[in-house]
Design a protein around this ligand. Structure first.
Ligand code: AP5
Length: 194
């Protein structure tokens, strides 16, 4: 099972990826969590990524692709993955597909968590009161939403054209969203193998 979660900042990608990965017994890989770990550890990747993250901009592709290659291949070989936060642009999707297809580890299904903008902003402002995340402030939250609309939303058409896109209403209680994703993935996975 090789899945990908797409959604605007605050849509619940991290929350749902944890639960879906546990349900299917695969590994949750979050590009944002990995980048924050690099920043906290002061690695070369972290030092290069930090200013982009603080501004709510995307980190350059080469850094992200280099960081993810090993964990994604390892997870795929160990049974699968739920990717959260990558790819974030059509360019990233195409670059990753080129490598992943040859290795037989390409994404099978992309799941959009669809949540309206007011709810996204209110979730992130609420989290910002306690999270300590440098990008959970009003100005950067706004910029992250714009970056999603401009650079990530085109990915939906990319996966729709490949008949790999599942759309889930993410504006419901956490358990309901998880259940809806699991049911739709099981249905789609059956068709993939038929
Ligand atoms: P990343 O860590 O991916 O952050 P994000 O996309 O901004 O998303 P969030 O983590 O804020 O939200 P989420 O959708 O995961 O929701 P969550 O479950 O946390 O990226 C951070 C930065 O890293 C980027 O801006 C960029 O700089 C860089 N980066 C990462 N990947 C990159 C890439 N591929 N290329 C380039 N740069 C990259 O939930 C949010 C809140 O809502 C929580 O408080 C949660 O408890 C709550 N919540 C969740 N679900 C529900 C629900 N159903 N109902 C009510 N509340 C809910």
């Amino acid at each position: 099972m090789r899945l990908l979660l797409i959604g605007a900042p605050g849509a619940g990608k991290g929350t749902q990826a944890d639960r879906i990965a546990a349900h299917f017994g695969v590994v949750h890989i979050s590009s944002g969590d990995l980048l924050r770990k690099h920043v906290a550890d002061g690695t070369a990747i972290g030092r290069a990524a930090r200013e982009y993250m603080d501004r709510g901009e995307l980190v350059p592709n080469t850094l992200v692709l280099d960081m993810l290659r090993k964990p994604v291949v390892a997870a795929a070989n160990a049974g699968g993955y739920v990717l959260d936060g990558f790819p974030r642009t059509v360019e990233q999707a195409e670059a990753a597909y080129g490598v992943a297809k040859e290795l037989g580890v390409a994404v099978q299904l992309a799941i959009l968590l669809d949540v309206k903008r007011e709810e996204l902003i209110s979730r992130l402002l609420a989290r910002g009161e306690t999270s300590g995340r440098s990008d959970d402030n009003a100005e950067t939250i706004e910029r992250r939403q714009q970056v999603y609309e401009e650079q990530t939303a085109p990915l939906l058409e990319y996966y729709r054209q490949r008949e790999r896109l599942i759309i889930v209403n993410g504006d419901r209680p956490v358990d309901e969203v998880t259940w809806s994703v699991v049911v739709q993935v099981q249905r789609a996975a059956k068709q993939l193998t038929e």
